[in-house]
Design a protein around this ligand. Structure first.
Ligand code: ADP
Ligand code: MG
Length: 623
């Protein structure tokens, strides 16, 4: 077959443009990427070799070799791993095959500095070769196949693939170094780079031709070494290897469990959100090894979805190597490992929350919204998760834990009060909060979509119910108003005519409300809406409605609460009691209901009528 030409996937071209401008601060990282790929290729071969031993025959000692040719100005990285066939080459080295690519490319802004930060998070892998090379050649032969293939590109939009010869399985990547990168012909320099970035690689890395020489790296899986032997830098490099994140991790957890079930885990929590955190798949991305043999990085069973931001590896001593990945994933031992890992992660987070609250806040800001998913889906660990949760509250900017909230509850306060909504600033100004503020009662401001789901599921913390401030049965009567905030004047009696006003409002509003009542929660606004007793929280109801999870027939009309201390309500009460004010009171009822809806962020159902009434009232006021 003759030479075929291909253009890179558009995303790859974009990436290559950025790479070509060499925006990495350390372009030497290309070597880490190539060595990392070589090591992955060896891992994959070893796994395939379990079921097809013939693949390893004749060349069982896996290794990675680095070669330089001063005259040609080339650097080569060779492995005897799984290799690639033609389709692999076109698929893997012409596209960005990793999941979430779409999301990644959508977020590229065209602003170089921002994009580099993004790429740092995504990792450009193989394509980083073009930072140091004018052209790159890959000669590769897949294990178990006879035909070898040659892939060549200068990184400008296209590449070619053609048949070639290669003595055995594996891959050789040859970089024709550009004029600025000839430092990578120097073995001393290369050795330094390997030691720095690739020491944790479990496959021996050697210079070409030095087959019997000592490897440049330690060549033992990092997690098998004892914690005391591992420098922080080595942990960080390993983290980069498994996560593609160029930043250092926020937390490192390295543990060995021995007993009925023995396994080692080396887990990391990133500092910031991976770009695919909210992928609908919610897939955890730990790598599973069995006795040092890599099995899969697609094992959803190793962690629950709410810990999907955790990166790293688990190496089990007990799982069977001689079954398929699918069978392995159904092994009940895996569930035990998972529950051990979850306990460990939550335990370490709790320690951090206790000992380093400021640092913990960095974690919570990034992953709190995800961790809260566990509150409704992981009953077993609910108490620990409740202990880890932090909230914005009406009491100030500091995030507050539930234990702290309960400790600060007012005398007479029975419940943990909360309000939900999309925007913290808007939520904090809701009229339903007025009575709580006047009494100095702290209210949790819940603004993550997930809050609508876990609160009803959890229901209580330390015997205190969670109660929405938008529920009609919220009774603030038992809690005294704050001395300094409450006015000195004694509570005014409800104005004469208030009963008539409420009756007139009910009549005017009909089915639009399920009731009209006097409010204890308002101090400044004339009216607000609350959910009726036993009804769903209003904002949850709205969320479900918006996502078409709730038919119109199930939506319950809210309760309109009126503030008897408000001047407007007092005037209207006077009118309702007298004769002849009926029409004006009815119009006011509609206007006030629409105003309350607007404050809730709801659409006014009949904007034309609203506009007409508002104009009429303005006219009356002015004429
Ligand atoms: P990643 O390693 O994150 O998947 P890369 O850009 O580094 O991304 O590599 C892309 C793909 O190319 C790899 O997933 C792998 O399938 C293939 N590949 C790269 N180098 C090798 C190699 N030395 N041997 C076999 N396959 C390789
Ligand atoms: Mg890679």
């Amino acid at each position: 077959m003759s030479k075929e030409s291909f253009v890179f996937q558009a995303e790859v071209s974009k990436l290559l443009d950025i790479v070509a401008r060499s925006l990495y601060s350390h372009k030497e990282v290309f070597l880490r990427e190539l060595v990392s790929n070589a090591s992955d290729a060896c891992d994959r071969l070893r796994y395939e070799g379990l079921t097809t031993p013939a693949l390893m025959e004749g060349d069982a000692a896996l290794r990675i070799a680095i070669g330089v040719d001063d005259k040609k100005g080339t650097l080569t990285v060779t492995d005897n791993g799984i290799g690639m066939n033609r389709d692999d080459l076109v698929g893997m080295l012409g596209t960005i095959a990793r999941s979430g690519t779409q999301a990644f490319v959508e977020r590229l802004s065209g602003d170089a500095a921002k994009d580099v930060a993004m790429i740092g998070q995504f990792g450009v892998g193989f394509y980083s070769s073009f930072m140091v090379a004018d052209s790159v050649e890959v000669v590769t032969r897949k294990a178990g196949e006879a035909q070898a293939w040659r892939w060549v590109s200068d990184g400008h939009g296209s590449f070619t693939v053609e048949e070639t010869q290669r003595a055995g399985r594996g891959t050789t990547v040859t970089l024709h170094l550009n004029a600025d990168s000839r430092e990578f012909l120097d073995k001393g320099r290369l050795e330094g780079v390997i030691k720095r970035y690739s020491d944790h690689i479990a496959i021996p890395i050697m210079f070409d031709g030095d087959k019997d020489a000592k490897p440049l790296n330690q060549a033992s899986a990092l997690w098998t070494r004892s914690r005391a032997e591992i420098a922080e830098d080595q942990y960080h490099e390993f983290y980069r290897h498994v996560s593609h994140d160029l930043d250092s991790p926020w937390m490192t957890l390295h543990n060995r469990v021995e007993g009925v079930l023995s396994y080692t885990s080396l887990l990391f929590i990133p500092k910031s959100r991976p770009f695919d955190l909210f992928d609908p798949e919610r897939k955890p991305r730990l790598k599973l090894y069995v006795r040092r043999v890599f099995i899969t990085d697609d094992c959803g069973e190793l962690l629950p979805g709410y810990l999907r931001f955790v990166r790293g590896i688990v190496d089990s001593e007990d799982l069977s190597l001689n079954v398929s990945r699918e069978m392995l994933q159904r092994d009940p031992k895996l569930a035990k490992i998972r529950s051990g890992l979850v306990k460990r992660i939550l335990g370490d987070l709790a320690k951090k929350a206790e000992n380093a609250p400021d640092d913990y806040r960095v974690f919570w800001d990034a992953f709190g919204a995800v961790l809260k998913e566990g509150l409704y889906e992981d009953f077993e660990n609910r108490e620990s998760l409740l202990g880890l949760a932090r909230f914005r509250t009406t009491a100030g900017d500091e995030p507050v834990g539930l234990a702290m909230y309960v400790e600060r509850m007012k005398p007479g306060q029975e419940a943990i009060y909360y309000i939900t909504g999309e925007d913290a600033a808007a939520v904090a100004n809701s009229p339903q909060l007025e009575g709580f503020k006047a009494r100095g009662v702290e209210v949790l401001l819940l603004t993550d979509p997930v809050d609508e789901f876990w609160v009803p599921a959890v229901a209580a913390f330390k015997g205190k119910d969670f109660r929405s401030v938008t529920r009609a049965d919220t009774d603030l009567g038992a809690i005294a108003k704050d001395g300094d905030k409450a006015s000195d004047k004694p509570e005014e009696p409800a104005p004469a005519g208030i009963d008539a006003l409420i009756a007139a409002f009910k009549l005017a509003l009909g089915k639009a409300v399920s009731d009209v009542r006097l409010s204890k929660r308002l101090t400044e606004s004339p009216v607000c809406l609350v959910a009726k007793e036993g009804g769903m929280d209003m904002r949850l109801e709205r969320l479900l409605k918006r996502h078409q999870q709730l038919g119109d027939d199930l939506v319950s009309a809210p309760v309109l609460e009126v503030n008897p201390d408000h001047a407007l309500i007092r005037r209207l009460a006077g009118m309702a009691e007298g004769k002849g004010g009926g029409d004006a009171v009815a119009e006011a009822a509609h206007l006030l209901l629409d105003q309350a809806r607007i404050l809730e962020g709801e659409a006014v159902p009949d904007p034309v009528a609203f506009g007409r009434r508002l104009t009429a009232w303005l006219e009356k006021g002015l004429i």
